[in-house]
Design a protein around this ligand. Structure first.
Ligand SMILES: Nc1ncnc2c1ncn2[C@@H]1O[C@H](COP(=O)(O)OP(=O)(O)OP(=O)(O)O)[C@@H](O)[C@H]1O
Ligand SMILES: [Mg+2]
Length: 381
């Protein structure tokens, strides 16, 4: 079970962590400022919300309850204040404890919280947690849109996954060419319903690719609509789509903006397309610096997709590994003949489940799809 400790004080957080070390839980520590950014991805079942002396963190409760409808909050206060304690109970916290005196009983309270989470899960059926996969590269034309489209089709066709593909390229889009789609309803049509966004709203604006039933939210082409799209759109759509899709793939532009930051922050997996050659490796170095500057944490979710890979290349997997320690989750062969031929003739790359004649590129994407499926089935989500 995932337990999130929200505390401003490092020492306090580590005391709490020590105290609960014997329980079967994975504790994660966050500072108050990081909560809104990380909460949906981490999706803890129990939250220990520590209030510093002169502040009131109760204001965070409605937010936590909205993002984690089945989460249990234990409120930890430093000063005894019966009024605040009553307010906290009214606001729906499971329990209130006073630190440091009551730290002793925390394990017991946590056991109770765990029990309550378990019974809630079995009676209410936990909302499904789909995976968000953001596809990115700092280099333009590196194959992001093609991979988004073919991966989406493969996961739908071969793994019966309910997949949503969101094109965040804005204005010029990207995936339509590979999926032979016209842009019709798009991302901007969700603006009026963002506050109460649900699966029906999302389904109303998706275009369905007829062979695989992959659902796609295209980008607006009209500048007026493009300018309406904010990072709030991205956050709301991704958090809502998680609940009704198995996989949500986000096709990102290479140029980083507030929308891409949000899609990267929310992602469970970031697939970075990297051509195995020196200038692309240098761009990746700069991208990682930028991630650090805006506090996007790549740990445990950033992996490399080498594309295109050919026998003529001087750089291979081994050379890339010398520069970066991230896992290489796929190698997509250069397949001009197979891929380009189909695209130029307006043909779809994937149309049926068991097709022996798919291009080499699509075979490599099959392997990637398999590894993503294995990860989600064996993962902790
Ligand atoms: N492994 C490959 N073999 C052959 N062609 C490929 C391969 N990967 C990508 N391509 C081709 O490279 C071109 C660019 O691909 P794509 O549109 O997916 O790039 P992108 O990263 O989305 O570009 P942009 O930055 O403009 O959004 C396309 O013509 C695509 O078919
Ligand atoms: Mg693209």
């Amino acid at each position: 079970m995932k337990v999130l400790i929200i505390s401003q004080k490092e020492e306090q957080a580590s005391h709490i962590k020590e105290r609960i070390a014997n329980l079967p839980i994975t504790p994660i520590i966050l500072e108050y400022e990081e909560v809104k950014k990380e909460i949906s991805r981490l999706y803890p079942q129990i939250i220990l919300l520590c209030e510093p002396k002169d502040e009131n963190y109760l204001s965070l409760l409605p937010y936590l309850q909205k993002e984690l409808p089945l989460g249990k909050v234990i409120y930890l206060m430093e000063k005894r204040d019966p009024v605040k304690s009553r307010d906290a109970h009214r606001a729906g916290v499971l329990d209130v404890l006073f630190l440091p005196e009551e730290l002793e009983v925390l394990p017991e309270i946590l056991e109770r919280a765990m029990e309550s989470v378990r019974s809630g899960e079995s009676s209410e059926r936990v909302g499904k947690r789909g995976q968000i996969i953001s596809i990115y590269s700092g280099k333009g034309g590196s194959g992001k849109s093609l991979l988004s489209a073919v991966l989406g089709q493969t996961l739908s066709l071969e793994w019966s996954q309910k997949v949503l593909l969101i094109d965040l390229n804005l204005q010029y889009g990207g995936v339509e060419t590979y999926l032979q789609m016209e842009t019709g309803r798009n991302l901007s049509d969700l603006t009026p319903v963002l506050e109460e966004l649900n699966d029906v709203h999302i389904r109303n604006v998706t275009t369905v690719e007829p062979y695989s039933h992959l659902e796609v939210i295209t980008s607006p082409t009209n500048m007026e609509q493009v300018n309406q799209i904010t990072e709030y759109h991205v956050e709301r759509i991704l958090r809502s789509a998680r609940l009704s899709y198995d996989m949500v793939i986000v096709d990102l532009p290479s140029h980083l903006n507030l929308l891409s930051y949000t899609a990267l922050e929310e992602a469970d997996q970031i697939l970075y397309l990297l051509e195995p050659e020196i200038s692309s490796l240098q761009i990746l170095g700069k991208v990682l610096q930028q991630f650090q500057a805006v506090k996007i944490d790549p740990a445990d979710r950033f992996s490399l997709v080498l594309n295109p890979v050919s026998t003529f290349q001087d750089f291979r997997r081994t050379e890339v590994k010398e520069y970066f320690s991230f896992p290489i989750c796929a190698e997509l062969r250069e397949d001009r003949k197979g891929i380009q031929y189909l695209i130029n003739r307006g043909k779809m790359i994937r149309t049926t489940k068991r097709d022996r004649n798919i291009p080499l590129y699509a075979r490599d994407v099959q392997k990637l799809a398999l590894s993503l499926i294995k990860q989600t089935q064996g993962g902790d989500k």
